[in-house]
Design a protein around this ligand. Structure first.
Ligand SMILES: Nc1ncnc2c1ncn2[C@@H]1O[C@H](COP(=O)(O)OP(=O)(O)OP(=O)(O)O)[C@@H](O)[C@H]1O
Length: 327
């Protein structure tokens, strides 16, 4: 138990989590071992810091008996001493398959349920992180995916990213909790499940242990590099900004990873939906490989246009400006 308490305390005391000092804590709990163990540790830490700890259980209503699973989780959370336990029923909808729809609905509900300014603690572990990194590597994703999940990603806090799933299981056993076993976690039709049950154990065997923590270290190093590049990109964006858009020749003098970040942040500020790394590379051709081509289609009906030396964003033939809040 102490390892998890230390992990919660350490993250709450980190510089990045400073905005959450003294705020109530919300624990997102599925009823599974990771988030139950997290809730137990959060209650302990919250009590010492005189901050209330709420728990939210989201019932997606997708599996038979989900209501009973949520009720069982809520009971255990009350038993652990959470000051408030809320069960929220959501109706997942929209595109991208049932898993993605459930995730969207869950995160939306968790955002809505938290008291003003409070963080939401999630139970992702080192093993989840290792799976995320491997998945990203295997699919040839960009550095953003391979860098894995962030411990602090407002309003989400992930205190268990250095803690193994074995530890959360042991904590639940130690506390006499009976966590829910999601049948999806044993369903080999899911790629993530096969990574967990087949690929990672094989890697452990071949590399003689420590794979999850090695992958998690790789992710942490990538995040550090990414943060440094983000800072440089912010400075560069300020230098290449013009009254209409961006100064393309000035941007072109910089290395592609920096250019792509400037483009990403600027497009985001113009209200363009998030671009994949691959799409950003294509858009960057207007900067780094310009042969007179005029524009590049973006999601959401937007277009990136190059008029001589200036990059502009248009939508329906109208020029779009950066939102002031992001400038
Ligand atoms: N139905 C839910 N209600 C509230 N929070 C949830 C729910 N499902 C997932 N979460 C939160 O998101 C985290 C990661 O979700 P994921 O489905 O990957 O869980 P997991 O790795 O199986 O963890 P757990 O053992 O806590 O279920 C969980 O630890 C929990 O904090």
């Amino acid at each position: 138990m102490s390892e998890i308490r230390v992990a919660v305390r350490r993250l709450l005391d980190s510089e990045q989590a400073a905005p959450y000092r003294g705020k109530p804590l919300v624990v997102a709990c599925s009823g599974g071992p990771d988030s139950l163990a997290l809730a137990a540790a959060a209650v302990y830490v919250g009590r010492h810091r005189h901050v209330p700890v709420h728990a939210v259980v989201v019932d997606h209503g997708l599996q038979e008996g989900s209501e009973a699973v949520a009720a069982r989780a809520a009971d255990q959370l009350s038993g652990l001493g959470c000051s408030g336990v809320e069960t929220v029923r959501v109706t997942p909808g929209g595109g991208g398959g049932p898993e993605a729809a459930a995730r969207r609905a869950r995160y939306e509900a968790l955002r809505r349920c938290r008291p003003e300014g409070a963080p939401v603690l999630l139970g992702h572990t080192r093993d989840d992180q290792a799976e995320t990194v491997l998945l990203g590597l295997g699919r040839g994703s960009g550095p953003r995916s391979v860098a894995g999940m962030r411990p602090v990603d407002p309003p989400w806090l992930r205190p268990l990213l250095e803690v193994s799933r074995r530890t959360t299981e042991a904590v639940c056993a130690e506390l006499g909790l009976s966590p829910w076993r999601d049948p999806h976690n044993a369903d080999s039709r899911f790629t993530r499940v096969r990574l967990r049950t087949e690929v990672l154990p094989l890697m452990e065997d071949v590399l003689q242990g420590g794979v999850a923590s090695a992958l998690s270290r790789t992710a942490a190093q990538l995040r550090e590099d990414a943060d440094a590049l983000d800072t440089l990109a912010e400075e560069l964006r300020a230098r290449v900004r013009t009254p209409e858009g961006l100064d393309a020749p000035a941007l072109a003098e910089n290395p592609p990873p920096l250019r792509r970040r400037v483009l990403r942040d600027w497009l985001r500020a113009c209200g363009v939906p998030e671009l994949s790394d691959a799409h950003l590379r294509e858009a960057d051709a207007l900067v780094g490989d310009w042969r007179g081509q005029g524009g590049h289609a973006l999601p959401g009906g937007f277009e990136l246009i190059r008029v001589r030396g200036t990059l502009l964003v248009e939508c329906g033939g109208r020029r779009i400006e950066e939102r002031a809040s992001d400038g």
